[in-house]
Design a protein around this ligand. Sequence first.
Ligand code: PEP
Ligand code: MG
Length: 290
Amino acid sequence: AERARLAASEGPGRTADGHPVKLLLNIGSAADLVPGAEGVGLFRTEFLFLDRKQPPSFEEQVAAYAEVLARSPDVIVRTLDAGTDKPLPFLGLPDEPNPALGLRGLRVDRVVDGVLDTQLEAIARAAESTGTQAWVMAPMVTTVEEASEFARRARAKGIARVGLMIEVPAAALRARLLLREVDFLSIGTNDLAQYTFAADRQHPALADLLDPRQPALLQLIAMCAEAGAEAGKPVGVCGEAAGDPRLAPLLVGLGVTSLSMAPVSVPAVREELAGVTLEECRARARAALA
Ligand code: PEP
Ligand code: MG
């Protein structure tokens, strides 16, 4: 038992019977990195520029991304996830009556020219300068058309691996088609729950609707994971649910291939997974879906 506990305390994530599950970090800058992690599943780049009135320069962005890429394997950089609900002053967006349903994430590119392309180019340059591969994903993707346009522009800049966040039910329903356009998916359960249950993710009185055990949410996650297995492409979870040790086996049982979480959550999730077999995870998933 002691040997099993020690084995679970470090190294890559796996179930008791050896099924690998990547345990990745959610970070906002290089300062959040911890040693020994398998990689970064969500680099929230908007955190670098929250108080800025002027857009960050190309060179400044290259430096910030390169700092992370140089210090961690397999970093997934998320393009700016800002909007009227998470304002970045330099975007100059007007107030909206319904910010969560308005211009945010990838949608900002509809009205603000240049920001996305500059960022994609800066990420590609950072990867080149650190001798690493750039993995990039877009937040708030909704349609296959958006996905294919994002992938086209990212690849044109030289990004090696292009992915999408699944945060909108419409995207989860089309996971199979989205995976024809890109290399991986990452499910943002915080927003996916908000939009599936029409419940503000911060609303204290709606916590039961936002509970990641809600079967409708699990069903959407399962659809994405099945599409990933079919396509032979990774499908991870990077919302808060991924860092909850009570939920990790359930998510693995639904078929997700990685869990990305706050660095502080990694040891408990690793230990929990090391104590259950893949078949036990699947049994939990079947029971929860039912
Ligand atoms: C999510 O929505 O689950 C997610 C990981 O993105 P964020 O919390 O940054 O919106
Ligand atoms: Mg989100």
